[in-house]
Design a binder for this molecule. Structure first.
Ligand code: ASP
Length: 438
């Protein structure tokens, strides 16, 4: 058994969190590959080291001293080192870093030091080998991961048999220069490490006990999701549920490796297990909903044309939106009309140009614009082939006075999406949670 455990910024924010990480790693000898983010916030008014490093770089670029910020970062590391009785030469490393810094220092080089120093300290604390991401996570010239080279390097290091700590969030380009991933990218580093060593599980340790069935800012105390498939997760993430970096799923999904989201502050909680397929035994028979998510601020463009040849007119309208680089999120089709749903932000100032072009190319009888629409997705693999599911959902919303403006069910039946007025967004989510998930 081999597990890759990635610990996010809040899990490595200070000495106390390091102790929790050590207890977690020592509780299971199969946790032999550890990936860390940079130390994050210790409290709500604290700062993430990554944010401070970006700030430092902005100062450098404008020729303003970043000494105070750099000292704050150094102190954070020195404090962790001293509280845990480690020996890593934080002062010496920072002196060398200061000597290298100038106006031209690439942002990737400076910002990656957050993960680098956190991983150095963690490696010493766990008694694991430090493996620099510069030597094992590789990008090609096109900026994409060179998976073959990355997997070979991580696998070779892991085969030596000792535990490894790898800093997340960066790797190196073929030129040898460092390259950062997008924010939250340590999730991807962890997934790459898990795929490289064919891990039995990729554990993603964070500060929540898994993915919640609904947004806790809307629903009080929503239950965590115990099991979810990768497809369901994709639907929820697309509709606004944010837990993992979206690019982190693919490497583990491709290899059929389960992904377990866990809480460093409550290691006794099982968290959420994300898998390709769920066998019958793990199914909770009572609930047919896995999760509810949604986003506000969509616009519906309804195009009406009597006796239209729908496919040709629809194609022309879609081409128009494509020309304006506006992604179409949903389409509903009627006999003499169709509706296109797009994010209001994506349409922005182009809305009236888009409508003007649709009028020119499609020659419709009428184009209607409805904005301030929220989309709410009810996601659940158990909705598939289950008669009456959508009826129950619509009835519950209707009974609570929520008018449904559009309905969309994908052919695989794992999600039903309803469009409601922005004003009804929270009510819709609460009604659906209370009715079917709670
Ligand atoms: N430290 C980086 C960030 O704050 C990467 C990560 O945490 O995954 O975005």
């Amino acid at each position: 058994m081999l597990k890759v455990a990635k610990f996010g910024g809040s899990s490595v924010a200070g000495a106390e969190q390091f102790q929790k990480v050590k207890a977690i790693v020592e509780a299971d000898p199969s946790r032999r590959v550890v990936v860390v983010s940079a130390a994050g916030k210790r409290s709500s008014d604290d700062h993430k080291l990554t944010d401070l490093l970006y700030l430092c770089h902005a100062h450098l670029t404008y020729g303003v001293s970043c000494e105070d910020i750099l000292q704050t970062i150094q102190d954070r590391f020195a404090q962790i080192r001293s509280s845990l009785g480690l020996t890593y030469d934080v002062e010496g490393e920072f002196a060398a870093l200061r000597a290298r810094l100038n106006k031209e220092t690439p942002v990737d080089e400076l910002v990656s030091r957050g993960e680098y120093f956190t991983a150095r300290l963690m490696a010493e604390y766990l008694g694991y080998e430090f493996l620099d991401a510069a030597d094992c996570v590789f990008f090609g010239f096109d900026g994409r991961f060179d998976l073959e080279k990355t997997y070979a390097a991580i696998r070779a290091a892991a085969q030596k048999g000792c535990g490894l700590v790898i800093p997340g969030f960066y790797g190196s380009l073929p030129t040898g220069k460092l390259k950062l991933m997008t924010r939250g990218g340590s999730d991807i580093s962890g997934a790459l490490a898990a795929a490289a060593v064919d891990a039995d599980v990729y554990e993603n340790w964070t500060d929540v006990s898994g993915i919640l069935m609904a947004d806790p800012r809307i629903v009080e105390n929503p239950s965590p999701i115990e099991h979810i498939t990768y497809s369901e997760l994709r639907e929820l993430a697309f509709m606004g549920a944010s837990v993992l970096h979206e690019d982190s799923v693919q490497p583990v999904k491709d290899k059929g490796i389960p992904l377990n989201i866990r809480n460093t502050n409550r290691p006794q909680d099982p968290g959420t297990m994300i898998v390709e397929k769920i066998d019958g035994q793990n199914e909770n028979r009572d609930r047919f909903i896995t999760g509810i998510a949604g986003r506000r601020n969509f616009t519906i463009l309804t195009v009406r044309k009597h006796n239209m040849s729908s496919s040709a007119v629809l194609r022309q309208a879609l081409e128009t939106l494509e020309r304006y680089h506006v992604p179409v999120e949903h389409i509903t089709l009627g006999l003499d009309s169709f509706a296109l749903v797009a994010s209001s932000a994506a349409l922005g100032d182009r809305l009236f140009d888009v409508v003007g072009d649709i009028q020119k190319t499609c020659l419709p009888d009428d184009v209607q614009i409805q904005d301030s629409i929220a989309l709410v997705a009810v996601v659940g693999r158990k909705m598939t082939y289950r008669p009456g599911t959508s009826g129950k959902i619509f009835q519950a919303l209707g009974e609570h006075g929520v008018n449904i403006r559009i309905i969309n069910q994908a052919a695989d039946e794992i999600s039903i999406i309803v469009g409601v007025d922005n004003n009804n967004f929270e009510t819709a989510i609460r009604v659906l949670y209370d009715g079917f998930a709670g």
